[in-house]
Design a binder for this molecule. Structure first.
Ligand code: ATP
Length: 369
């Protein structure tokens, strides 16, 4: 049971590099928080400050209301799981899991009970006598989790715990971690740069860029209502298409134009552009590949917002196809039904759903609507 409070936390490394800037976050008990962002954005640094492995340059960190800036890592009641597992090769699975408890002089029978309990949760019961080298990657990862579980910590910190596993195992471990979260009712902070992991595991996601929080929200909210261009481009795969478009306002009617395409915005979106005085200005229009379609019915439904273009790339994903094309000088992607007749080199029509269009200010890169 633990809540965390990070107040205006900064990290300046001895060489003067500011890796984390004014980081504030309230984590509630039992939350599964994900830190996500491109390489070098400060995810691990923040996690290591929470663990006490890295000094906090300024700001305050509270665990369950207690200021812990100067509390030793071992006294923070936190367990960390790393991407390289950090198992002791000469010890059995049992001893690896028991190690931390032995150091804390926990009685032997209690250690046995706790290790067996964790082994049961993680399906490691039959492997307790093995050494790490006789385990698969996924099993090693589970031992690393087990070592954290036996300590019954207030908070679990996980730094890219699945990044060394192959794609299939990663998917399996992902659902195991999710189940574990429910089962333990633990507070987890999890670092990843894999946005599928972020979207499927997190109750809330913290998107970071250059040491600054860009947005904190539920996966769904980040996807549907990104606060800015960066979050819009980072969340979602393939990424959102962006194109510069001219805003025309005539009375209540607001349209965005690029090349020969005109997208007439629905009233709620139009209102935001009218209020912001965007008439005649260039804005950035964003539309996700899944919101551009080549089916006859969509083309008829959204007959005002059509792109006519050539297919420059065709990628079959299974039930869907990615069509690559160019519009207003930028490479764009549409994700359409795999039954599409469109093929490489074809001249096609694509329709944009105006309800799904995002509009960003070109200067500030903040979301207008
Ligand atoms: P990745 O996804 O690549 O692991 P990250 O988001 O976890 O990246 P951090 O490891 O937190 O990033 O690093 C943040 C920034 O701080 C990076 O630019 C990194 O080069 C820098 N950095 C990390 N450790 C130090 C250090 N000891 N001294 C100076 N700069 C450092």
């Amino acid at each position: 049971m633990a809540s965390l409070s990070l107040k205006n936390i900064c990290k300046v490394y001895p060489n003067g590099f500011e890796a984390v800037k004014d980081f504030s976050l309230e984590v509630e008990d039992k939350e599964f928080i994900i830190f996500v962002g491109p390489s070098g954005c400060g995810k691990s640094t923040t996690l290591r400050m929470i663990a006490g492995l890295e000094e906090i340059s300024s700001g305050e960190l509270y665990i369950d209301g207690k200021l812990v800036n100067d509390v030793e890592p071992k006294d923070r009641d936190i367990a960390m799981v790393f991407q390289n597992y950090a198992l002791y090769p000469h010890m059995t699975v049992f001893d690896n899991m028991a190690f931390g408890l032995k150091l804390r002089k926990v009685p032997k029978d209690e250690i046995k009970r706790k290790v067996e309990e964790a082994a049961k949760i993680l399906d490691l019961e039959k492997l307790l006598d093995r050494k790490p080298k006789a385990l698969s990657g996924g099993q090693r990862q589970r031992v690393a989790m087990g070592r954290a579980i036996v300590r019954n910590p207030k908070v679990f910190l996980m730094d890219e715990p699945l990044s060394n596993l192959d794609a299939k195992l990663r998917v399996q471990m992902r659902s195991e971690i999710s189940a574990l979260h429910h089962r333990l009712g633990a507070t987890i902070i999890y670092v990843t740069h894999d946005q599928t992991e972020a979207m499927t595991l997190g109750t809330r996601i913290v998107v970071l860029k250059d040491g600054v929080i860009m947005q904190v929200d539920s996966p769904q909210k980040l996807y549907n209502e990104p606060d800015n261009l960066f979050v819009a481009g980072f969340i979602g795969s393939p990424q959102m298409n962006f194109v510069d478009a001219k805003c025309n306002i005539e009375g209540e009617k607001v349209s965005l134009t690029f090349d020969n395409t005109t997208v007439v915005l629905p009233p709620a979106k139009a209102k935001k552009l009218i209020e912001g005085n965007y008439n005649g200005k260039t804005v950035v229009m964003g539309v996700r590949p899944e919101d551009i379609d080549d089916s006859q019915i969509t083309i008829e439904t959204f007959k005002d917002s059509i792109i006519e273009t050539d297919v420059t790339g065709y990628e079959l994903l299974g039930s869907e196809v990615l069509l690559y094309f160019e519009a207003a000088g930028v490479q764009m992607t549409a994700k359409v039904d795999s039954r599409t007749p469109a093929r490489l080199g074809d001249h096609i029509k694509l329709a944009i759903d105006p309800e799904k269009v995002h509009v960003f200010d070109k200067e500030t890169e903040l979301t207008i609507t």
